[in-house]
Ligand binder design. Structure first.
Ligand SMILES: C[S@@+](CC[C@H](N)C(=O)[O-])C[C@H]1O[C@@H](n2cnc3c(N)ncnc32)[C@H](O)[C@@H]1O
Length: 308
């Protein structure tokens, strides 16, 4: 497969950074992470498990793709020494501002950086975490190598991320979005039809589109959206011992914030959607669209030159 050239990469990355700097809750197109109650229903149990695993790993933590710093700040409030990095200077600035408003003994260190090219310090962290970011990273293999080098021996890589819905699930989601009453009018939804190829594209298709300069399979404002959806688990498994790997939220999480329902039944309906998602998982009718991974760097690297 052709490799994306530097100039094009720089242009696309600037677009990606601008996108993340400008993301705001959109009443016409609500997302689950902008609605605290919906997030609570679908993700909070797993999120609490994630935070609890981070806290048990040791004092020094690096967060990859920290956004506006909410998780990094929560960890600093629990007395962890946190470093955090994100692509978007605007988001990092907002995170620093929030940190200044909190009475923290050890405020997190927030830096701007591109996870595709960043070099991390060696053997530095007890734990490296990534929440909802790895699926945006083009060079996920390189980043996993950096993470491994930067963890102390026995250190932990903790990940919660989107690993994608298969083609059929995406088509069904698009169809249900098109026909059900949502916050967007039918006329506005019809205008979104040119986004369908990007929505249903596989990781392979997206990578080809990037390398060949084709725009159709890419999200316009966020060209690296879902660029590593299917390789996250594979790339981590190649380099680390897997302690836990579990997928969740296969399908209905996607529709829950979008379907227009009276306020009085909105959250009961969301709970029903959540139960349906859990049933799909338990009956093994579908794999989760999100994954939780706890991965460990071996205590001592085995020397490939020595054999019995
Ligand atoms: C879905 S948001 C998640 C933010 C945060 N982790 C959270 O859970 O709220 C994805 C984040 O990844 C960051 N990001 C995307 N590409 C990146 C890159 N190449 N290097 C560093 N950060 C990146 C974005 O700026 C954005 O803040």
């Amino acid at each position: 497969m052709r490799v994306i050239d530097n100039q094009r990469y720089t242009e696309l990355l600037a677009r990606e950074s601008e996108h993340w700097g400008n993301v705001q809750p959109d009443a016409g197109n609500p997302q689950i992470w902008h609605d605290v109650r919906l997030f609570e229903i679908f993700f909070s149990a797993r999120y609490r498990h994630f935070v609890q695993r981070i806290v048990s790993c040791g004092p020094s933590v690096l967060e990859l793709g920290c956004g506006e710093g909410n998780l990094a700040l929560e960890l600093a409030q629990r007395n962890l020494r946190v470093a955090a990095v994100d692509l978007s200077p605007d988001r990092i600035e907002r995170a620093r501002r929030k940190a200044r408003e909190l009475p923290l003994d050890h405020p997190p260190r927030f830096d701007v950086g591109d996870l595709n090219s960043l070099t991390l310090p060696s053997g530095e962290f007890d734990c490296i975490i990534a929440h909802d970011v790895l699926h945006h990273i083009l060079k996920i293999d390189r980043l996993c190598e950096e993470v491994k080098r930067s963890l102390k021996n026995g250190g932990t890589f903790l990940v919660m991320d989107y690993v994608g819905m298969g083609f059929i699930r995406k088509l069904l989601a698009a169809l249900l979005f098109a026909v059900l009453p949502t916050h967007q009018t039918y006329r506005d939804k019809w205008k979104l039809r040119h986004r369908l190829p990007a929505f249903i594209a596989t990781e392979r298709r997206k990578r080809e589109a990037l390398a060949n300069g084709l725009q159709k399979a890419l999200h316009h404002e966020s060209p690296f959206e879902e660029i590593s959806q299917s390789s996250i688990v594979r790339e981590i498994s190649k380099r680390f011992s897997i302690v836990e790997c579990a997928t969740y939220s296969p399908f209905f999480f996607y529709l829950a914030p979008k379907v227009r329902l009276p306020e009085s039944v909105r959250y009961s309906a969301a709970r029903l959607f959540f139960i349906l998602d859990e049933m799909l998982l338990r009956l093994r009718l579908s794999k989760g669209a999100y994954v939780f991974i706890e991965a460990r760097k071996p205590d001592v690297e085995s020397d490939p030159g020595i054999s019995n």
